[in-house]
Design a protein around this ligand. Structure first.
Ligand code: HEC
Length: 166
């Protein structure tokens, strides 16, 4: 094979492998998008999502402080996940979600049904949206002034034995 032909063949191989990895990451992002959408993350983490019947412009997606909650735990504001993932590696994201025990109404237990690959794909999708928006308000302790809007929850006392939810 001539040198020119060799270089051409090598170029073709490189192009093919670049294409393959683009394809794989595109697939991961799509799967991550599916998990975020079906997992209901927008319900609370995307401002206006619920009010608009499950829609928001791309620059608002997951920017936090969407649906806030007040109850015996104080007032909680869903954080801006686009800024959140930008400070983390995929490994740190997985470690955080696996250890997560947040205040209401974050359903942190749902991550137990996802594999590390699922969580990596979720990270890939949120990361692909790029950083946007401002950090959400910090948690406000019970009895202190908290900025509205928030959903005020009037709850029954906790049951003596917590169901495992499994
Ligand atoms: C019902 C509302 C609700 C839904 C649905 C929800 N979140 Fe949250 N999320 C919250 C609230 C509120 C907080 C802040 C809790 C606090 O301050 O302790 C939070 C906190 C978080 C945090 C911050 C963890 C940390 O380090 O403090 C992450 C990450 C997160 N949510 C990811 C997600 C993902 C991913 C989904 C979708 C699978 C999701 N959330 C769905 C309300 C929600």
């Amino acid at each position: 094979m001539s040198r020119a032909l060799l270089a051409f063949a090598a170029g073709l191989l490189m192009a093919a492998s670049a294409h393959a990895s683009d394809h794989a990451s595109g697939k991961s992002i799509k799967h991550g998008e599916f998990l975020v959408n079906y997992g209901g993350c927008h319900d609370c983490h995307t401002p206006g999502w619920a009010e608009n019947g499950g829609q928001a412009p791309k620059d608002m997606l997951l920017t936090g402080g969407g649906t806030n909650f007040q109850g015996p735990w104080g007032t909680t504001y869903p954080p801006n996940l686009r800024l959140y993932v930008h400070k983390l590696t995929a490994k740190q994201w997985i470690a955080n979600l696996r250890a997560l025990k947040s205040r209401p109404a974050m359903p942190f237990w749902t991550f137990r049904y996802l594999s590390d690959k699922d969580l990596t794909d979720m990270y890939a999708y949120i990361h692909s949206l790029g950083p946007a928006g401002k950090p959400a308000h910090d948690w406000v302790a019970p009895g202190q002034d908290a900025p509205a809007p928030y959903l005020k929850l009037v709850l029954p006392p906790l049951p003596a034995v917590q169901p495992t939810g499994q």
